[in-house]
Write a protein that binds this ligand. Structure first.
Ligand SMILES: Cc1cc2nc3c(=O)[nH]c(=O)nc-3n(C[C@H](O)[C@H](O)[C@H](O)COP(=O)(O)OP(=O)(O)OC[C@H]3O[C@@H](n4cnc5c(N)ncnc54)[C@H](O)[C@@H]3O)c2cc1C
Length: 480
């Protein structure tokens, strides 16, 4: 057994691990990353964010081709199978892996392929896929092992018609119909993807509305558009049992309903990858969801062992994981640019796309904070008319007296990009966070960013009318 000493050893090469490794190596530390997959990039690149977003992009392109009159000149609508769009997804994954492998190589981060397990609080044992074991010694350690789909014991995930968000990528056909159990972000995104491939989808939701953390209006819009693409959303339902057949699956619900489909996609929860790390050897314990507790500097209960990314729970997003990894390393190094992930914009890549930052109307009402609303409908925006992506809305919530922006909610094409313009203004200190920024700034034309000016003017007009005691006029062209 050979010995290898490093300033920092990172377990996991997802965004959290990469963020930490790159920060530390740039400051002259010796850094090793241990990854049990043969290729770097984490679940983010191989199983989660990248494949699902690449699949969605292909589906959206197919939908555009099939619906825009322009393309009828060159041919009739075409349908693609899941394996066909998975082929182009694999190319994106490969590009990502190549890029990330180059970063590690160029920066001389030492990569170990194998599963890491604690020996004690400074030593890891790494077992390679062919069973060779090495011991690594680290002054600091970062646990960035991510998460995996939660699998209840009573469901047979070895059955060829039952999938989770990892195994669905191996699907070798497009099912005619699909049950998705769990209508969280991943369930809703896959509902959009499969509906776009003309597969009939039953989306089973245990709650009484879709993505209840969203602003109600946006959640309603999502329900409307999923319904329009033939997704049947079943609210307030829970599974009683799953019965498998040679050619499909029956999902029995506690309400007595029986849903039959060619395949079942289980999207109900995730669990942190902590169970095989040997945490007991360093005196750490994960909670019932496999998550580790950390302080504001991403330190676990053991001072020199940090944790970041999905393994610490909220917000379980790739961008946040990368920053948490960077901030954890910055704290180890004693750097000034250490931070903490708090203000997170969420992007939900359904069709149409959704994104938001800040408070919802419901939250503001509950907290008794007065607010006014400014909306811009994509149907009236030149750039959206040109792109043919006229479904959508930008909604700004702001304080009627101070004009401070309190929340930005957007759905429609490029929503996840658009929201960051508002987020940048919202994060300005003091009076810098002011709706008037959007009425005083000249935007490129035509752009989707123009929606901010339109929404801000609409909101200011409402405030002015309220002050004059006039009734609010009906807004034009609501398409939500
Ligand atoms: C279907 C799906 C869609 C998603 N879409 C989005 C999205 O659109 N936007 C977004 O921001 N987020 C999205 N996410 C979430 C995002 O993928 C995660 O937040 C992100 O991957 C977390 O990064 P991480 O670095 O914590 O870990 P991961 O990316 O999970 O990587 C952890 C790595 O650690 C390795 N590992 C685990 N245990 C060990 C061990 N003992 N030894 C060695 N290696 C080990 C694993 O092999 C893995 O490669 C999505 C997730 C899923 C499942």
């Amino acid at each position: 057994m050979s010995q290898h000493n490093y300033d920092l050893i990172v377990i996991g090469s997802g965004p959290a691990g990469e963020g930490a490794a790159m920060t530390a190596i740039k400051r002259g530390w010796t850094v090793a990353v241990v990854e049990e997959k043969t290729l770097v990039g984490g679940n983010c690149t191989h199983l989660g964010t990248i494949p699902s977003k690449a699949l969605r992009h292909s589906v959206q392109r197919i939908m555009q081709y099939n619906s825009l009159p322009l393309f009828r000149v060159i041919g009739e609508p075409r349908w693609f199978s899941f394996p066909q769009i998975m082929e182009s997804t694999r190319q994106v994954i490969q590009l990502q892996v190549e890029e990330r492998t180059r970063y590690y190589g160029r920066n001389q981060v030492r990569l170990y392929n194998g599963r890491a397990r604690f020996v004690d609080d400074h030593h890891l044992e790494v077992t390679s896929p062919c069973g060779v074991t090495k011991t690594l010694t680290g002054r600091y350690l970062l646990i960035a092992t991510g998460s995996r789909p939660y699998r209840p014991d009573d469901i047979d995930f070895d059955h060829p018609h039952i999938y989770d968000s990892d195994t669905i990528l191996n699907l070798d056909r497009t099912p005619r119909n699909l049950i998705i159990y769990g209508a969280g972000v991943i369930g809703c995104e896959y509902a959009s993807i499969f509906a776009g491939l003309d597969c009939r989808v039953d989306l089973v939701n245990s709650r009484d509305r879709l993505l209840s953390f969203l602003d109600d209006e946006i959640s309603d819009a999502l329900s409307y558009h999923l319904r329009n693409s033939a997704v049947l959303v079943r609210h307030r339902e829970e599974y009683a049992r799953v019965i498998t057949r040679p050619n499909g699956v029956t999902l029995e619900l506690k309400s007595g309903k029986k849903l039959h489909a060619e395949a079942l996609l289980w999207c109900n929860g995730r669990t942190g990858n902590t169970d095989r790390l040997g945490l007991d050897r360093v005196g750490l314990e994960a909670d019932h969801r496999g998550h580790l507790q950390v302080n504001d500097h991403y330190q676990t209960g053991v001072e020199h062992i940090y944790a970041a990314g999905d393994v610490i729970g909220w917000p379980s997003l790739a961008g946040a994981a990368y920053d948490q990894g960077r901030f954890a390393a910055a704290h180890m190094l004693g750097l000034d640019d250490e931070g903490h992930v708090e203000d997170v914009a969420s992007g939900i890549y359904t069709i149409p796309e959704i994104s938001y930052v800040g408070k919802t109307e419901r939250e503001l009402t509950q907290e008794q904070i007065p607010y006014e609303v400014g909306r811009a409908y994509f149907s009236g925006i030149a750039r959206a008319q040109i792109s043919g992506e006229q479904t959508g809305m930008l909604k700004i919530l702001f304080h009627p007296d101070t004009l401070q922006i309190l929340g930005i909610h957007c759905f429609g094409d490029q929503a996840a990009e658009i929201v960051h313009i508002g987020q940048a203004i919202m994060n300005q200190p003091g009076e810098g966070n002011n709706l008037r920024y959007f009425t005083r700034t000249t935007f490129n034309y035509p752009t989707m960013a123009e929606a901010y000016r339109i929404a801000a003017i609409a909101g200011l007009n409402r405030v002015a009318r309220n002050r004059r005691g006039e009734p609010c006029k009906r807004e034009q062209r609501p398409d939500s």
